[in-house]
Design a protein. Structure first.
Length: 376
């Protein structure tokens, strides 16, 4: 039985790389860009900065900033209307996971008439995604989701009532422009939460079921980068070496999870959808409990995860708890505003989420509920 491995994302990485954006847009055939951002990116002055770089390089630009921290379907449709009204021919996403995911979905709906729920990964919807897509440049301003190099987008849809994963190779950006300078102004808590998202991608990919040695190698190295750089990035935000290390970890995590994810993401998506938690924080709180759950099923890889985090001899869940204490993130859902009343509506969504299908230990509804309760 054969398997196919592919790592096609083109990445431009380095401090000051934003200056190359106009040339890269032109190379992709773009003349009028839709810049997709959220209000945080606007408030930080990064949207205006990117627009200035584009216009100075001869590229016209229209802004779409109607993106929330947990994107919903209506935002995608509004972005498509803006794309068409402004006669854009390329999409540029700038920000964390939310703007990049919305930008991908705008790109998809600009040329695909099917409703978004038809593309649901849980229903093998990726088969409906063709290569007939406008070009797309993804520019991360956080080091977490790795959406800049991934083939997936996550949007809360009306039809499913949950955060829905759309996963298809054509969704990979034409270019990921990764400039560590763009993450320097990120507040410590956001740096910590997004960094834990990167770690969760790496860890869940490494222990996921399946045979993908390329992803395994990247996931383990990404874990090591988080262990080396996350605390420093949180404590010393202007440290470009630490910022760059975390940006690399995010890239490696997102490439490696094409192998698969696990129960942590299945649990985290409803926490955002139902309780409004930041995705990285949801992953951070749930990850130790998921690793405890998987200990017997993944002893060897979890021991390697602990060693990569610089904590050989500790259980992987405890190594993550130690890291959470060092970066100042809460370890209980109750500390983040989640209570028992949320659980009943979250469990069915978590069970339906495709992420847990590659968990090294199969998950029942009772298992998922128990992990929520253990984290309360």
């Amino acid at each position: 039985m054969s398997v196919e491995w592919s790592f096609p994302t083109r990445v431009l990485f380095g401090a000051g790389a934003l200056a190359e954006l106009p040339d890269r847009v032109s190379t992709l055939g773009g003349n009028r860009a839709l810049l997709v951002v959220d209000r945080g990116v606007v408030a930080a002055g990064l949207a205006e900065r990117a627009e200035g770089v584009l216009r100075a390089g001869g590229v016209e630009v229209a802004r779409f900033d109607g993106v929330s921290s947990n994107p919903v379907e209506d935002e995608v449709h509004a972005g498509v209307e803006r794309y068409r009204a402004e006669r854009c021919d390329i999409v540029v996403g700038l920000g964390g996971g939310a703007p990049l995911d919305v930008a991908k979905a705008i790109r998809l709906k600009a040329t695909h008439e099917r409703p978004l729920e038809d593309f649901d990964d849980a229903r093998d919807g990726g088969r409906h995604v063709t290569t007939d897509l406008p070009p797309f440049v993804a520019i991360p301003t956080t080091a977490g989701t790795g959406s800049e190099v991934s083939r997936s987008t996550v949007i809360s849809l009306r039809a499913t009532g949950r955060k829905t994963v759309i996963f298809a190779p054509p969704l990979i950006p034409n270019l990921a422009l990764c400039d560590p300078e763009l993450t320097v102004g990120l507040p410590p808590r956001t740096t910590a939460a997004t960094g834990m998202d990167a770690l969760t991608h790496c860890v869940e990919a490494y222990i996921a079921l399946g045979d993908h040695p390329l992803c395994d190698a990247l996931a383990l190295h990404g874990t090591k980068l988080v262990g080396e750089h996350l605390v420093r990035a949180v404590e010393h935000g202007g440290d470009l070496d630490a910022r760059g290390g975390m940006m690399k970890a995010a890239i490696l995590g997102a490439i490696s999870f094409q192998k698969g994810l696990g129960a942590c993401h299945a649990l985290a998506h409803p926490l955002s959808n139902v309780a409004g938690l930041h995705h990285g924080l949801a992953n951070a709180i749930m990850l130790p409990h998921v690793l405890d759950f998987c200990t017997e099923a993944a002893q060897r890889p979890l021991a390697e995860i602990s060693a990569a985090l610089g904590q050989p001899g500790l259980r992987a869940g405890d190594a993550v708890r130690l890291l959470l204490r060092r970066i100042g993130l809460p370890q209980r859902l109750s500390e983040a505003g989640v209570n028992e009343s949320h659980i009943a509506s979250m469990v069915p969504q978590a069970l339906e989420d495709a992420s847990h299908r590659t968990s090294p230990r199969p998950c029942t509804a009772a298992d998922l509920e128990a992990m929520y309760r253990s984290a309360l």
